[in-house]
Design a protein around this ligand. Structure first.
Ligand code: C2E
Ligand code: MG
Ligand code: MG
Ligand code: MG
Length: 294
C-alpha cells in the first residue's frame, strides 16, 4: 500500500513538473515572438532633482503586452529572457527605442525634453564583444549624444566578473556614455571597491528608502553611502520614494535626486510629455506641498 501511494506521489510530482516545464516553454516561445509582434513598449519614470523639484532625466522601463493582451511585468520575464539569451535582442530593441524616443522628444518638447534617459542592461548584453560599438552606432543613427544615455548595471552584475566589467564600462565611459550602479546597497561588499569602477551615478535600492524610519541603521548606512558618493564625485538617486516623510528623510541625508511613486509612476511617452509640461508650469520645489499630480 505504501508502495502504491509512493507511486501515485511520483505521478503527481511528475505532472506538476511537466506543467511547469510546459508553461516555461510557452513563455520562452512567446518571448521569442514578442519582438516581431511588437509587443514590447517602454514606460518612462521621472528622476527628480530634490533641490529644484525638476525632472531632468527619466528611466526607461520595459513592458510586455502579450498576444492575449495580458501585461507581463519585467520581473516575470527578464530573468527567463536572460537565461535563454533572448535578452540580447530585447535589450537591443530597448536601446534603439530609447534613442528614438530621445530624438523624438527633442522635436516635440525642445528645451523641456529629458536631458538623459537611463536604460537597464543585463549581464549578457554587457558581455557581448560588440556591445559598446552597438550602442555607439545606435546613438549615432538617431543623432543622440552618448552623454544623454545612462547605462544602468547592478552591483551583483559587475562584481560577478570584476575585471571584464571594469574594461567594458571604461570603454563605454570613454565613448561618452554615463554609467549607473542600480539597486545599490543590496550587496554591501562592494562599498570599498567602488572607486575601481568608472561610475557616474549610484542608485540607492528602494529597500533602503522603505526601511528608513525602521530604526537607525538604514539612515546611518545611507549617510555613509552619500558621503562616499560625494567623495567619489558620484550623483546619488534614491529609488522608491513613495511619500513626503521619506522625501524629507532622504533630503536631510543629502541625497541629490529621487525617483518613485511620490513624483510619478512610470508613464507612457505622451503622458510623460504632459507631466514635463505641467512640471515646467509649476514653481520649483513643489513636491512637499502637493505630491502626486498625475
Ligand atoms: P529597476 O531598474 O530597479 O527599476 C525600478 C523599479 O522600481 C521599476 O519596476 C519601477 O516601476 C519600480 N518603482 C519605481 N518607483 C517605485 C516606488 O515608489 N515604489 C515601488 N514599490 N516601486 C517603484 P519595474 O518597471 O517593474 O522593473 C523591475 C525591474 O526590471 C527593473 O528594476 C530592472 O531591473 C528590470 N527591467 C526593467 N526594464 C528593463 C529593461 O529594459 N532591460 C532589462 N535588462 N531590465 C529591465
Ligand atoms: Mg534601473
Ligand atoms: Mg533599481
Ligand atoms: Mg531592480
Amino acid at each position: 500500500e505504501a508502495k502504491a501511494t509512493g507511486k501515485a506521489n511520483y505521478v503527481v510530482f511528475d505532472c506538476a513538473l511537466r506543467d511547469k516545464a510546459k508553461a516555461r516553454l510557452k513563455i520562452e516561445n512567446e518571448i521569442r515572438l514578442a519582438i516581431e509582434r511588437e509587443e514590447f513598449s517602454l514606460l518612462y519614470q521621472p528622476i527628480v532633482s530634490l533641490e529644484s523639484g525638476r525632472t531632468e532625466s527619466v528611466e526607461a522601463l520595459i513592458r510586455w503586452k502579450n498576444e492575449d493582451g495580458e501585461l507581463i511585468e519585467p520581473e516575470e520575464f527578464i530573468s527567463i529572457a536572460e537565461e535563454t539569451g533572448m535578452i540580447v535582442p530585447i535589450g537591443n530593441w530597448v536601446l534603439r527605442e530609447a534613442c528614438r524616443q530621445i530624438a523624438q522628444w527633442e522635436e516635440t518638447l525642445g528645451p523641456l525634453a529629458p536631458v538623459c534617459v537611463h536604460v537597464n542592461v543585463s549581464r549578457r548584453q554587457l558581455a557581448l564583444p560588440n556591445f559598446a560599438s552597438f550602442i555607439l552606432e545606435t546613438t549615432q543613427h538617431y543623432g543622440v549624444e552618448p552623454g544623454r544615455l545612462h547605462i544602468e548595471v547592478t552591483e551583483s552584475m559587475i562584481m560577478h566578473d570584476r575585471e571584464a566589467s571594469i574594461a567594458i564600462l571604461c570603454d563605454l565611459k570613454e565613448l561618452g556614455f554615463k554609467i549607473d550602479i542600480d539597486d545599490f546597497g543590496t550587496g554591501y561588499s562592494s562599498l570599498s571597491c567602488l572607486h575601481a569602477f568608472p561610475i557616474d551615478v549610484l542608485k540607492i535600492d528602494r529597500e533602503f528608502v522603505s526601511n528608513l524610519n525602521h530604526g537607525q541603521d538604514f539612515g546611518a548606512l545611507l549617510h555613509t553611502i552619500v558621503a562616499l558618493a560625494d567623495n567619489l564625485n558620484l550623483k546619488v538617486v534614491a529609488e522608491g520614494i513613495e511619500n513626503t516623510n521619506q522625501l524629507t528623510l532622504i533630503q536631510a541625508l543629502g541625497c541629490e535626486f529621487g525617483q518613485g511613486y511620490l513624483f510619478s509612476k512610470p508613464l507612457l511617452p505622451e503622458d510623460l510629455e504632459q507631466f514635463l509640461r505641467n512640471d515646467a508650469a509649476r514653481p520649483p520645489c513643489h513636491w512637499d506641498v502637493s505630491p502626486i499630480q498625475t
